[in-house]
Design a protein around this ligand. Structure first.
Ligand code: C6P
Length: 420
């Protein structure tokens, strides 16, 4: 299952990043859209899948399909083994100490809702406070807001400066004895800002507050080490790390998870059930009610193998080079305003063009075969902070090239011509 890119890497030496070989691992990248070669720059929404992931999912359905944790028959054992092996891959990917600290979920959204519903409901009460930041995705705002409404608690928000960096001196001031939890995005999907989460976690811990890190946009682009961060919870989505949709992971410290009540009730999460009393299963199964996305978990394992073989550091270096190049090239375009100019940034180029609605930018680029996202990116408070209703967003992945940035720039010149 060695990806072509890794074979190329071995031939060319450990430091070479052969993006053309990487691209050959992704069948969709060779297709045409509206008669033009696809230029896929919507990786923050979801990433494309390498052949090894497609093969892993299809092999499961072709050769191993069975329910897990239930059967004594051969297929059930094979499927259980593959699914649990993928959990260990997630554990290593995040450098989590224990496999039972990895809970399979549908994605980052479900992981955050699990923590809010289970940990939040039992630890946040009337008059307590939860800290989030001004640059969160809606999935790290709304669940906390719902909890605060239910409990009569208060949501505090770390402000952001004009570059899109969180104001750390203001963050420190938000803590008080009522602070019960901090929930922070690692990398902003709308701005690309990489938050100094390690430092921010240390601050929260000094004040006795546990921290959840939303790694939906970090796990695909940066090496993540939950032990080094010392975060209490870390969440990400499989479909943004080149894996299938409908699967993701929650990491939680066992010391916290073991005392948290179940999130959902049903099969697999119990030890015994009677009408008088139910006792619950051990971690991680206690949080995994019902038949899970088995093919998704196995596919996620294959995606992690792929990303690990390429090397998260090398992926980050490649994407950083593209980000620097893209920032320079976009800055040359008249009337273009980059939204999000943090000093620490991942591969997100969010922008507006003077006098042209972002939706029109996206529609014209699409006719050129270029896929970008336009809108509020599920981060409406970010749009409000920067005084725009929406942006166009080109977001980078491990297979993008400088030529694709050039295609984007040419496409934007075309957009300007159409509107001039
Ligand atoms: N952002 C984007 O286009 P789900 O939908 O559960 O896989 O991920 C939610 C999520 C949580 N946090 C961050 C920082 C995110 O960026 C996302 C998803 C996509 O930006 C879809 S809205």
């Amino acid at each position: 299952m060695s990806p072509l890119a890794v074979v190329e890497k071995d031939r060319r030496g450990p430091s070479a990043y052969d993006v053309e070989a990487v691209r050959r691992d992704f069948p969709i990248l060779s297709r045409m859209v509206h008669g033009k070669p696809l230029v896929y720059l919507d990786n923050a929404a979801t990433t494309q899948k390498p052949q090894c992931v497609i093969d892993a999912v299809s092999r499961y359905y072709r050769e191993e399909n069975s329910n897990i944790h239930r059967g004594v028959h051969y297929l059930s054992e094979v499927a259980t083994e593959a699914y649990e092996a993928a959990r260990i891959k997630v554990q290593r990917f995040l450098n989590a100490p224990l496999f039972c600290e990895i809970i399979y979920v549908r994605g980052a959204t479900e992981a955050i809702n699990l923590v809010v519903s289970s940990y939040g409901r039992t630890h946040v009460g009337a008059g307590d406070e939860v800290i989030i930041s001004a640059i969160e995705h809606h999935s790290n705002i709304v669940p906390w807001q719902m909890l605060c409404e239910e409990k009569g608690a208060r949501l505090r928000v770390i402000p952001v400066n004009d570059r899109g960096e969180l104001m750390l001196e203001e963050y420190e001031k938000l803590f008080n004895p009522r602070t019960k939890f901090v929930s922070l995005v690692h990398v902003s999907n709308a701005l690309g800002t990489v938050n100094p989460v390690k430092e921010m976690i240390d601050t929260a811990h000094r004040h006795g507050a546990p921290v959840l890190v939303d790694g939906a946009q970090a796990a695909p682009h940066l090496p993540v080490d939950v032990q080094e961060l010392d975060c209490d919870f870390y969440v990400f989505s499989g479909h943004k790390v080149y894996g299938p949709t409908g699967v993701g992971a929650l990491y939680g410290k066992a010391s916290l998870l073991k005392d948290m009540p179940p999130y959902m009730g049903g099969g697999d999460m119990i030890r015994s059930v009677s009408f008088e009393k139910t006792t619950y299963n051990d971690l991680p199964h206690r949080f995994e009610a019902g038949t899970p996305n088995i093919a998704g978990g196995i596919g996620l394992g294959a995606a992690i193998d792929y990303v690990t073989a390429l090397g998260p550091e090398r992926i980050a270096a490649h994407e950083h080079d593209l980000l620097v190049y893209g920032t320079e090239r976009l800055s040359e375009i008249p009337g273009l305003r980059l939204i999000g100019t943090a000093r620490e940034k991942a591969g997100v180029l969010s922008f507006t063009l003077e006098g042209i609605h972002p939706h029109d930018i996206g529609t014209i680029l699409d006719r050129e075969g270029i896929a970008v996202r336009t809108g509020h990116h599920c981060a409406m408070p970010v749009m409000e902070r920067f005084g725009v209703p929406a942006t166009a967003r080109a977001s980078l992945g491990l297979y993008n090239t400088r030529q694709e940035i050039d295609a984007l720039v040419a496409g934007l010149h075309r957009v300007i011509r159409v509107f001039s």
